[in-house]
Design a protein around this ligand. Structure first.
Ligand code: AMO
Ligand code: AMP
Length: 601
């Protein structure tokens, strides 16, 4: 197309948006601009489906453009048009002939009979169709993400994401929160991942770290007398990626002074209540159930229990200690091991093949096997019945409250392994057997241990972050492993969507925690000296939470991964196929930064 032609035709104006076109405009002349999402040549008439930017506001608003052979110039041009050509149409809103209406779209009663047509921009065939059902390789999709984003369902996600942000801002501002931005070029904020480092040109040999969260700055804001802070904050973590993890992601981060755990939980409950009501028309409970970390692990094998699934792990170690079946009795006598039963109501209908599949599933996760027991009308069926005495068997049946038609799976071994594997099996059975009892199950997990033992490095590490207040500071020295934290996670349908804590606001306790974590006085001073100093100047008690907004939106919009609700996400290897970031830099830039690459790189 010649440049001069483009100039004259490239007027920015249109008279109507697609979503305004319907039978009430019958007979009116309209000017429309947009992309051709499909074309159909019927011999004497060519139909073009025109998509415009109003797709941003609703789905399925395309308009049918009719180009008749009776207008040879238009017809000739229409024949050249292909998918995703950008066109300008001038025509009359006309009722579609009877029987050809499309009830599925708002403009389905009418079409535009074209009086003038021009091509504003052409397009080569797309690397993939935008039909919504073709499976596209992740790399190709992300390489052309701007095309993928043209899909109406993609638009809808970002409309709903933006709407979520608006509601959050409105809600928090109504509740006295002040939005404050904190630095992106900063020093380390330990949240358990690796930092992304940015070399400094003006301070050769020194690095900024991109924030893993605004944690320390929001605490400093409390020390500045800001009573209620929030920020929709970008966070950066160099960690192994999964469906619900990206190297950069967005938190709703908030902090309050003079609060306790329940104040913070209540703010979040009300906020989520409002978001679900406004966006999904779903009424979440006024307040959410709470479970202790210890119970979550005990009954669900996970600190993010999916409470939509009613199955629980039932301890039976005390019942099988004396069994001759060593697979059970050995772990039953080991305090670091567990023997659990997972009852599946009506599970006796599972075939041998299905049970073998579940066995394979747990074996792939590291289990040695998957003992099972069915209660059928003919009696008990189980590969382990012969190894277990009648008494023990009866005790198991009583403990698990089984009835005819049920099945029990058993897991025995190191506690952590049994919890992880039977916890995963519980989720899988819940989905496979359609056991989900409710669409939304939010739950607070509370009473986390403050510390966990890192066996490899032989030291204590924070389960949340080192600024979390212990419930009983006296425990810190005496019994660090038993010390509980004033921390809470919010879990929705088995996904951790947020976590927070009451913070340490006294220098002496913060210093003690660093000491227990094995951080030397010098290291603590070098890394967190500013915090320790600030804690001396009348720091108020404070606490807060951060919600993972990508995860929250992913759940609300029922997408499989957070990548589908992030406009320009990265791949599993933290690469952007569109911009090819991260990329090499010219050696001069490295020199300027005082950096030199190792030969092997
Ligand atoms: P935490 O590390 O638990 O707490 O993070 C809060 C929430 O952020 C989300 N999240 C992520 N989402 C996507 N990709 C990631 N890589 C990722 N990592 C975390 C999760 C998580 O629950 N400063 C504390 C909060 C506080 O104490 O106030 C913090 O960052 O949904
Ligand atoms: P085996 O004696 O290894 O043939 O196991 C007998 C039954 O116990 C089989 O059904 C195994 O799948 C099951 N089993 C073996 N090890 C375990 C374990 N650690 N936890 C649960 N079941 C197991």
């Amino acid at each position: 197309m010649s440049i001069s032609k483009l100039k004259t035709e490239n007027s920015v104006f249109y008279t109507h948006r697609n979503n305004e076109i319907n039978e009430t405009l019958q007979g009116q002349v309209v000017t429309l601009k947009g992309w051709v999402s499909s074309y159909r040549d019927h011999g004497q008439v060519i139909f073009l489906d025109l998509r415009d930017t109003t797709e941003l506001n609703s789905l399925a608003t395309h308009i049918q453009i009719a180009c008749y052979a009776t207008q040879p110039n238009i017809f000739k041009l229409a024949k050249q048009i292909r998918h995703e050509y950008l066109i300008h149409v001038h025509g009359i809103v006309t009722l579609r002939p009877e029987g050809t209406e499309n009830p599925d779209i708002p403009s389905g009663q009418v079409e535009i009979v074209t009086h003038s047509l021009s091509i504003l921009n052409d397009s080569p065939p797309l690397p993939f169709p935008l039909d919504g059902h073709t499976i596209i390789h992740e790399f190709t999709a992300l390489r052309h993400r701007y095309l993928e984003l043209r899909k109406p369902d993609m638009h809808l996600r970002f409309i709903q994401r933006a709407h979520t942000y608006q509601l959050i801002r409105r809600y928090l501002e109504q509740h006295g929160f002040l939005e404050i931005e904190t630095p992106l070029l900063t020093s380390t904020t330990p949240e358990g991942a690796r930092d992304y480092l940015v070399p400094s040109r003006t301070h050769p040999g020194k690095y900024f770290a991109l924030p893993q969260s605004p944690q320390l700055f929001k605490q400093l804001l409390m020390m500045s007398g800001i009573g209620r802070y929030y920020q929709i904050a970008r966070c950066f973590r160099d960690e192994d990626l999964r469906a619900d993890r990206q190297p950069e992601f967005t938190q709703l981060d908030l902090e309050m002074s003079f609060v306790n755990e329940s104040n913070i939980r209540s703010i979040i409950e009300k906020l989520l209540h409002c978001l679900f009501a406004e966006i999904l028309n779903v009424q979440l409970p006024e307040s959410f159930p709470t479970i202790t970390y210890a119970d979550a692990i005990k009954y669900y094998g996970s600190d993010k229990p999916d409470l939509r699934i009613p199955l629980q792990l039932i301890d039976i170690a005390d019942l099988v200690k004396t069994a001759e079946f060593k697979v059970f009795s050995d772990p039953a006598q080991d305090p670091k091991a567990r023997v659990v039963a997972l009852k599946v109501p009506d599970g006796a209908k599972l075939s041998r093949r299905e049970i073998d599949d579940y066995t394979q599933y747990v074996i792939e996760k590291g289990a040695k096997g998957l003992a099972w027991l069915k209660i059928t009308a003919e009696g008990i069926q189980s590969p382990i019945e012969k190894f277990i005495s009648k008494d023990i068997l009866n005790n198991i049946l009583e403990r698990t409250h089984v009835k005819s038609g049920d099945l029990i799976f058993f897991g025995a071994g190191p506690a952590h392994q049994v919890e992880q594997i039977l916890g995963a099996l519980r989720i899988r059975l819940g989905h496979d057997l359609d056991l989900i009892t409710q669409p939304w199950a939010p739950v607070w997990v509370v009473d986390f241990p403050l510390l966990e033992w890192n066996a490899q490095e032989k030291r204590w590490q924070s389960l949340h972050h080192p600024f979390t207040a212990p419930q009983d500071p006296n425990q810190l020295e005496k019994n660090p492993g038993e010390c509980l934290a004033q921390a809470y996670d919010i879990v929705l349908n088995g996904v951790e969507i947020g976590g927070g804590s009451i913070r340490i606001h006294q220098n002496a306790i913060q210093t003690k925690v660093f000491e227990v974590l094995g951080i030397s006085k010098e290291d603590a001073q070098a890394k967190f000296g500013f915090l320790l100093e600030a804690l001396q100047f009348g720091c108020p008690p404070h606490g807060g939470i951060a919600l993972g907004l990508d995860r929250l939106v992913m759940l609300m919009l029922e997408t499989k991964s957070i990548r589908e609700v992030i406009a320009f996400p990265k791949t599993q290897t933290a690469h952007c196929p569109l911009t090819d970031a991260p990329s090499k830099v010219h050696p001069n830039r490295l020199k300027e930064l005082g950096l030199q690459l190792l030969e092997s790189r």
